[in-house]
Ligand binder design. Structure first.
Ligand SMILES: Nc1ncnc2c1ncn2[C@@H]1O[C@H](COP(=O)(O)OP(=O)(O)OP(=O)(O)O)[C@@H](O)[C@H]1O
Length: 448
């Protein structure tokens, strides 16, 4: 069987993981720091590594980056708390997978079987798997989320960022599609080059081609100078075609040709120009339906969705609502952000957010302006009346925020279990939790 390296300073966790691995007949090598783990990688035969994100001294990301220079073994990143940036970064640095503690025996068996198959393939194609790690940057455009559904999105961003593959981001308006496109660019080898965004819905159809491909002076009335166009402005970088579902059919045909040939001719010109851009497109429209109705070219749709990324609506990831609300309050007020009262938190959790994260951001900006003092209460939030809010839970309006959140969590778990006819896996899926997370919650709330 295989030789597995564990890098984790939590001795109790490491012992129990090692015991399970030995039980599965693997040989286990244990270390508690990044440096010691790398030393064992250099000096011993290792088939796979399981690495904790938080380590004393250099963290698990440093381990991933340096391990990639030493060997091609699959490294599995473990975290007690996952964030968008650590999931994206781990996957981008070549982590084989990213798991949340605790990990069940079944999940471990399944993941190791995949990792060891990969190990075999890596040995066969050693060169092809060599990777070039990069530095990550984060700014106020950081994607915030702790939901399982978004963790899958972060993993995909991390995996896709190193390649030039075309990405199609779909999701309702305001779910964060542009932020995802920026994250793809920022984490890609093209990050030093331009990120150029074009809103295809905002530009009139007859100006679109000149906008994208440029024109030469005198090509049409009003073309008083040459124009390079967005494709060439993005040269070496990323072109983000937002709302591509709204693009007119003739422009779709032209875009398809550029995607296929990576060449274009400006309007009125006769010179063919090569372009080197990575295309990321986004739409809130149902493109398959548009294809069926003849409003979107099927061949372009196939070309675009080499890597599809779907952003779930905010109402399907309630665990993000309060985290995002607090994030926006921090962005608005800096170091001393206003706090939400339990009643305000309850109101945010009961609302169905048709405008998704954008609507939440606007609501927080409004509430920060309308409230005096340190707290934001329900009266400051002012969500549209009769807006389809779910009935609010019966919580103590004057109690603590933590109690209010627990109440809502418990309520949602009970409802999900009822809707799933008692199936825990199904309930976990509906809630966007892993089975282990749901089990922990059931225990915490004493739900049997
Ligand atoms: N996960 C997130 N973390 C932090 N901010 C977010 C997140 N998702 C969205 N936002 C914020 O919400 C607002 C809307 O996001 P964005 O413009 O990316 O949405 P979109 O899906 O592209 O919308 P549209 O379809 O209308 O173009 C922005 O202010 C963005 O910064």
């Amino acid at each position: 069987m295989a030789r597995i390296l564990i890098v984790d300073d939590d001795v109790a966790f490491r012992n129990s993981l090692a015991e399970t691995l030995r039980d599965l007949r693997h040989t286990v090598l244990e270390t508690g720091t990044c440096e010691a783990g790398l030393h064992r990688l250099r000096t011993e035969v290792v088939d796979a590594a399981i690495v904790d994100f938080r380590l004393p001294g250099d963290d698990g990301l440093v381990f991933l980056r340096r391990a990639a220079q030493i060997s091609t073994i699959p490294c599995i990143m473990l975290t007690a708390y996952s964030s968008g940036s650590n999931t994206i970064e781990a996957m981008r640095l070549g982590a084989f997978d990213h798991l949340i503690k605790p990990v069940s025996r079944n999940a471990l068996v399944e993941m190791l079987s995949r990792a060891l198959q990969y190990r075999q393939a890596a040995e066969d194609h050693h060169d092809a798997l060599a990777s070039t790690p990069l530095e990550i940057s984060s700014d106020r455009h950081e994607l915030i989320s702790s939901s399982e559904a978004m963790r899958q999105v972060f993993k995909r961003i991390g995996l896709a960022s190193g390649s030039d593959a075309t990405v199609l981001i779909t999701g309702e308006t305001g779910t964060g599609k542009e932020l995802v496109a920026q994250a793809l660019h920022r984490n890609s080898p093209r990050s030093g080059k331009p990120f150029v965004a074009v809103n295809c819905a905002a530009i009139p159809a007859d100006l679109m081609e000149s906008e994208l491909f440029g024109h030469v002076k005198g090509a049409f009335t009003g073309a008083i100078t040459d124009r390079v166009g967005r494709f060439r402005e993005a040269d070496g970088g990323t072109l983000f075609l937002d709302e591509i579902g709204d693009m007119a059919l003739p422009t779709q045909a032209k875009i398809l040709r550029v995607l296929q040939e990576r060449e274009l001719t400006p309007i009125g010109g006769n010179q063919v120009i090569s372009v080197n851009v990575r295309i990321v497109a986004a739409t809130h429209r149902d493109l398959p339906a548009n294809v069926k109705e003849g409003r979107f070219r099927e061949d372009l749709w196939y070309r675009l969705q080499v890597v599809p990324i779907f952003l779930p609506p905010l109402r399907e990831r309630f665990s993000d609502v309060l985290q995002l609300a607090e994030h926006f309050l921090r962005l608005i007020s800096g170091d001393t952000p206003k706090r939400l009262t339990p009643a305000a938190a309850k109101m945010l959790l009961a609302y169905h957010w048709p405008g998704n994260v954008r609507e939440l951001r606007n609501a927080m900006e409004r509430a920060a302006v309308l409230s005096h003092g340190k707290f934001i209460d329900a009266q400051h939030i002012g969500l549209p009346a009769n807006s389809g809010s779910a009935p609010g839970p019966d919580i103590d309006w004057n109690g603590s925020l933590a109690d209010a959140v627990s109440y809502v969590e418990r309520e949602m778990i009970v409802r999900a279990l009822a809707a799933a006819a008692g199936s825990r896996s199904d309930a976990a899926r509906r809630l966007g939790l892993s089975r282990q997370q749901l089990y922990r919650k059931l225990e915490e709330f004493g739900i049997t």
